[in-house]
Design a protein around this ligand. Structure first.
Ligand SMILES: Cc1cc2nc3c(=O)[nH]c(=O)nc-3n(C[C@H](O)[C@H](O)[C@H](O)COP(=O)(O)O)c2cc1C
Length: 217
């Protein structure tokens, strides 16, 4: 049976750079026969976690909104591609709101000691992030959040594709290297025979947006 690859895009803007790379990664996954789905968080209504602690007892979130259907897709998926712009050195708030709502899963796993899945599953995730600057450690916040989130989701951290110095909307589409890497990593992610690396493969590229580095450094 073909793998199901879910793409989740966090950017709030039209002609998003990170969303364009996500589209390429999903295209790459499809070349190997995977079924893909591309979800943009900006199209959904997901409220922030209220830290009400209700999930500590039930493992379920009491806020009913677009979170539950997306969580169901995420739990069903074999692979995840999560794409975000760098916003103040971290995941964009649209993405962070969704991640924080996964506290219900964290409660299920770590407080209630209930496994997420009845059987062993090979679940893997690829992270795509784009930032306007080229400052040191600009992807560190995203790496940490992703590692902690993937532990909760029982997903292996397969790879990062980070692109710096890309700022204006849509400019990454002209970057053949970045678009090519996204496609290649998407195909590798969806290859059922690919070995899971001990540490995530880390690809950091520098874009060609002439105004970018000066505005965000
Ligand atoms: C609210 C906000 C915060 C940002 N913070 C950073 C930052 O901390 N570091 C950085 O390199 N770029 C930052 N940027 C620039 C974006 O990362 C950059 O424009 C990127 O290309 C956006 O990707 P997108 O088109 O997928 O949204 C910020 C942009 C916005 C709107």
């Amino acid at each position: 049976m073909s793998l199901h690859v879910l793409g989740i895009s966090s950017s709030p803007r039209a002609r998003s750079n990170s969303d364009a790379l996500l589209g390429e990664a999903l295209r790459g996954a499809e070349t190997g026969g995977a079924r893909t789905e591309h979800v943009r968080l900006s199209d959904l209504a997901i409220a922030p976690c209220r830290a009400c602690e209700a999930c500590a007892k039930t493992g379920e979130c009491v806020i009913r909104d677009d979170f539950q259907p997306l969580l169901a897709k995420l739990l069903q998926a074999d692979r995840l591609v999560f794409a975000t712009p760098v916003h103040f050195m971290g995941v964009a708030s649209q993405g962070k709101v969704f991640i924080d709502r996964c506290q219900s899963l964290w409660s299920r796993k770590y407080r209630m000691k209930r496994p997420l899945f009845a059987e062993d599953r090979d679940r893997r995730a690829l992270v795509i992030a784009v930032g306007g600057s080229k400052v040191e450690r600009m992807f560190d916040g995203i790496r940490l959040t992703m590692r902690y989130w993937f532990d909760t989701l029982e997903m292996g951290y397969f790879a990062n594709l980070f692109v710096q110095c890309v700022d204006a909307a849509g400019t990454v589409r002209d970057d053949i290297t970045a678009m090519g890497e996204a496609c290649r990593l998407g195909a590798a992610l969806a290859d059922p025979d690919a070995l899971m690396p001990a540490a995530p493969t880390d690809i950091v590229l520098t874009g060609h947006d002439p105004g970018a580095a000066s505005t965000h450094s």
